[in-house]
Design a protein around this ligand. Structure first.
Ligand code: F6P
Length: 336
């Protein structure tokens, strides 16, 4: 064992001092609560069929998606970790219709947490990457019970965001607004250890990720960009591209944080009225903060994701184009 290893807890204690969070350790406690939920999920996801957690639950979430057993278990683990330790004032979960306040008798903390407890859960039953995504904001200063409007603030107001990727190893990736750091779960000691300090997304890339089966529904800008990628050296972008699709946003963004690339879930004719497919609060904003903090860019094609003013619906959807900065700027150029 490396006796000098920097655990997530140790990292957060240092980070709290640097960022001037109150010295009572509440922010660190909150990150620890989230990490505990993620370790619980990692343990179950890792056992898969042996833990009896595969398959559907027989219910639907607020967006009408069929819920998997593991969606509900992960959601319960997050709620349990966040409502009991006095760090969180309220939660918004992709799996719940409404925001969640704390039950009577629980101590209300200073932070609001929005989360997607199991992103990409359709990958669960085929033993491919899934993840959790979270976003943290300050709760209302006056200490009152939070309401849905308190969550309806633009992404630029996030004070931290992150995800946990449950892949060949489990990784907790975090930004508190001062860069992005990645921690790998050492299952032998049950700790996330800093293994990927100061993650940076290369500015240029020739790798894109999009669900190409939706091609006929895309806007002309995306049609043109992808056609030019496919044309490779013979097209106007003048380089050959590679394509990937994990079907779990956490997996896509992790790949981009590790080696660059762009991820697109654009608006299309079927989801235009809803605003896109992915959720602003649980996916768009936290991933945009991570990507920007790692030197990348995140846009709807028309505006910076983190400046989008929420409409008050915690399940608001958004078009997502994020990753290597120069490539995202090129894609934005196709929209103008
Ligand atoms: O929002 C859920 C999600 O699973 C994302 O994690 C992922 O990027 C996307 O949907 C996959 O969409 P599709 O089913 O179109 O491949």
């Amino acid at each position: 064992m490396d006796t000098q290893a920097i655990t997530l807890s140790r990292f957060i204690i240092d980070e709290q001092r640097k960022l001037g969070h109150s010295a009572d350790g509440e922010f660190g406690g909150l990150i620890n609560d989230i990490a505990i939920a993620c370790k619980g999920v990692a343990a179950l996801v890792g056992k898969g069929a042996l833990a009896g957690v595969l398959g559907v639950a027989g219910s639907e979430n607020a967006m009408g998606d069929a819920q998997k057993k593991m969606d509900l278990i992960a959601n319960d683990l997050f709620i349990d970790a966040l409502e009991n330790n006095g760090h969180c004032a309220g939660m918004a979960s992709e799996e719940l219709d409404e925001i969640l306040t704390l039950p009577d008798g629980k101590i209300r903390g200073s932070y609001l947490v929005s989360f997607d407890p199991l992103d990409g859960s359709s990958n669960m039953d085929i033993n491919i990457d899934v993840g959790a995504i979270f976003s943290i904001m300050k709760a209302p200063e006056n200490g009152t019970e939070p309401v849905a409007a308190d969550f309806a603030r633009p992404g630029v107001e996030q004070i931290a965001a992150g995800y946990c990727l449950y892949g060949p190893s489990s990784m907790f990736v975090l930004t508190t607004g001062a860069g992005v750091n990645g921690f790998t779960l050492d299952t032998s000691i049950g700790e996330f250890i800093l293994t990927h300090p100061d993650m940076k997304i290369p500015k240029d890339t020739n790798e894109f990720a999009i669900n190409a089966s939706n091609q006929r529904h895309w806007e002309p800008a995306i049609q043109r960009y992808i056609a030019d990628c496919q044309a490779g050296e013979t097209g106007s972008l003048n380089k050959n591209y590679n394509m990937r699709w994990v079907a779990a946003m956490v997996g896509e963004i992790h790949r981009i944080l590790c080696r660059g690339g762009v991820f697109l879930y654009p608006i299309d004719e079927r989801n235009r009225e809803a605003g896109g497919k992915l959720r602003l609060l649980y996916e768009g904003n936290p991933m945009a903060m991570l990507v920007e903090q790692a030197g990348g860019a995140a846009s709807t094609g028309y505006e910076r994701i983190m400046e989008v003013m929420p409409n008050g619906d915690p399940h608001q959807r958004i078009a997502v184009i994020m990753g290597s900065k120069t490539e995202v700027e090129t894609i934005i150029g196709y929209h103008s």
